[in-house]
Design a protein around this ligand. Structure first.
Ligand SMILES: [Zn+2]
Length: 81
């Protein structure tokens, strides 16, 4: 195995490889348990991320982002004083 193939893992999981690279990496995956494990955990992370993106923001978070943050308020006070 070469380190080139290990570097391709992220691209492979993100589906950013072409057909030839995918086949090459598939072959590497069959031989390399390290990459298989990393691929599985990366896919879990990606699945979590896409669930988070698909979920609407909780109401308290939306409210907080529409209000002035504590830094803004402090900056205004500093400027006014
Ligand atoms: Zn590997």
């Amino acid at each position: 195995m070469s380190s080139d193939e290990h570097a391709m893992l992220e691209l492979y999981v993100l589906d950013a490889v072409d057909e030839m690279e995918r086949r090459r990496f598939d072959k590497h995956l069959r031989a390399c348990s390290t990459c298989r494990q990393q691929r599985d955990s990366m896919r879990e992370v990606l699945a979590d991320l896409s669930r988070m993106v698909a979920m609407p923001a909780p109401p308290q978070l939306r409210e907080a982002s529409s209000r002035d943050g504590p830094i803004d308020a402090a900056a205004r006070q500093y400027c006014a004083g």
